[in-house]
Design a protein around this ligand. Structure first.
Ligand SMILES: [Cu+2]
Length: 295
């Protein structure tokens, strides 16, 4: 896999060395096997080590994941490829919810952009190494070669007044694996986490699969809702596959300073809601990633 030596375009990073910068990093190429009939091609889970970061000793203030072809055009289910998931991980830091490596951010095929409220950033340490876990699918009857692309906004840590944020990974599937099964009809799955940190929650993004209706996180201790995200499915032709099946096309994140306050010991709960018409679904997910400015 040539992933570590990924192609990159960093047009703005050399021009400026202060203030916000925009860098698009392409990870790949990755070739996904052809589908045969209704059996899709799939890479399966692959882990790439020491993948390119947009910057070093800096803050990331926003990111927009995508899946693209060599020529830059979107690669989506209408032409075959599906970004099943991509997860950036940092083995140098511990995940506060599940221990293990810290999940920095993740995306599914919905490819939603996250923009942190002004004043906050995801700290990237000097020399920190990122790993990338990804799984790509293909519904087209021929193989497809694509790149995972992420457009980052970021700024140098030196002289920055941004407050660092800590990721919290709320997962209805739990810590051992995110996937679970849902029955036909309406169902909700919840999972609780007793917070080990205190601070203000400033951003949350969500992830559901086909049939997923909404995902929300609340602070049970204070009785306050923190973020509810309602999924849009098949919202544009790009998100309708070659068999006419729709995929999640939008999951608008919650952003605000603060979305809510969390104290160490508070119990947070995620609720993942599916409305599966026709049949049960295996291996779905209900995830919310949040970012907390600790105090
Ligand atoms: Cu998923």
């Amino acid at each position: 896999m040539p992933l570590a030596a990924s192609a990159a375009t960093a047009p703005d990073t050399t021009r400026q060395n202060r203030g916000p910068q925009v860098t698009t990093v392409r990870y790949g190429p990755v070739t996904i096997a052809a589908a045969s009939g209704h059996d899709h091609g799939e890479t399966g889970n692959r882990l790439s080590f020491n993948v390119q970061k947009p910057c070093d000793d800096c803050y990331i203030t926003g990111f927009k994941p995508n899946l693209v072809y060599e020529n830059g055009a979107n690669a989506n289910v209408n032409t075959g490829p599906m970004l099943h998931h991509v997860v950036m991980g940092n083995h140098w830091k511990n995940d506060v919810v599940c221990s293990g490596p810290q999940r920095i951010f993740a995306s599914g095929n919905e490819r939603v952009e996250s923009v942190l409220p002004s004043g906050y950033g995801i700290r990237v340490g000097r020399g920190e190494r990122w790993n990338m876990l990804y799984d790509l699918m293909n519904h087209a009857p021929e193989k497809k070669t694509v790149y995972i692309s992420v457009t980052y906004t970021h700024e140098p840590a030196a002289g920055s007044r941004l407050e660092p944020v800590t990721p919290i990974w709320m997962d209805a599937g739990g810590c051992l694996g995110s996937a679970y099964d849902v029955p036909q009809g309406v169902s909700e799955k919840t999972r609780r986490w007793r917070s080990s940190i205190s601070g203000t929650l400033v951003h949350m993004r969500g992830h559901l699969h086909h049939g997923g209706r909404s995902v929300r996180t609340e602070n049970l201790t204070t009785g306050k809702g923190l973020c509810t995200i309602v999924a849009e499915e098949g919202g544009s032709p790009e998100f309708i596959d070659l068999h006419g099946n729709t995929e999640i096309s939008d999951m608008p994140p919650c952003s605000g300073a603060p979305l809510g306050t969390i104290h160490r010991g508070d119990v947070l709960q995620i609720t993942s809601r599916y409305e599966s018409t026709g049949h049960a679904h295996g291996d779905v997910m209900g995830i919310m990633a949040g970012w907390v400015a600790q105090n």
